[in-house]
Design a protein. Sequence first.
Length: 319
Amino acid sequence: MSKPRVLITGGAGFLGSHLCDRFLADGYEVICMDNLITGDLRNVEHLFADADFHFHHQDVTEFIHISGRLDVVMHFASPASPIDYLELPIQTLKVGSLGTHKALGLAHAKGARFFLASTSECYGDPLVHPQREDYWGNVNPVGPRGVYDEAKRFAEAMTMAYHRYHGVDTRIVRIFNTYGPRMRLNDGRALPAFMSQALRGDDLTVFGDGSQTRSFCYVDDLVEGIWRLLHSDEVMPTNVGNPNEMTILQFAEKVLALTGSKSKIDFRPLPQDDPKVRQPDITKARKLLGWEPKVPLEEGLRRTLEYFRERMGAVAVAR
């Protein structure tokens, strides 16, 4: 019997590459599609020798052709950090709208299950805390972050339209802050910024007074939650993230302690529409999927630090 086949858009990105690993380990043939504007071939080069892994260099906002059977479409293509979607606003909007439309059209044509990577940014700067799936959010549609927030909200609406109108078998995950190996050094999110700055001996940039909160989920835990949701029967959006909340200042201090860096904290003005709080209510994931994060923050940070030291060493050698 032939192996099941999955297409992973954004497959050379941070999350997409870990999903490529997981699907291959579970006996799938994996088609990884990425235009590499934020993805990196180094994230998947260890898979090139695997006969069940195929890389397609393509923009998913263009027509997608995959020959043969396709069982699952995992739509993870999108710029996903504030730096990315401020520098690539049009591309961010296009991949959330046109890219989602193309990926859904392919899933419909192939009779494949469609899985959308949505985001906690759908909740915007929330007025409800922690955030549950039935909260509709507080998003500024014309602010600088709106290109990402509204692209993902549109993607969710498009996914549900294909489910209701065309009968496509769909799943939607709302991903909260996630970290781990293969994050880009210049990603712009809190952990890569803090870790890179600490290792270079630069001051750590904290926006505002650092009292805004986030919760951080290790990538292996996230992938497990995604895997369970994919194989569930739940159609409506489901939060997957770590509910252990902390301030950004506390997080910066943890990175300093872990790295042993002598860097100081450099406080900068808070960016427009930066969420004051971010914490998932994962009651649904616990009940529905039997899932909750397992990797302690200290352990996850140690694993991530090893990767950052290795990557920064490679960059230094290359220079």
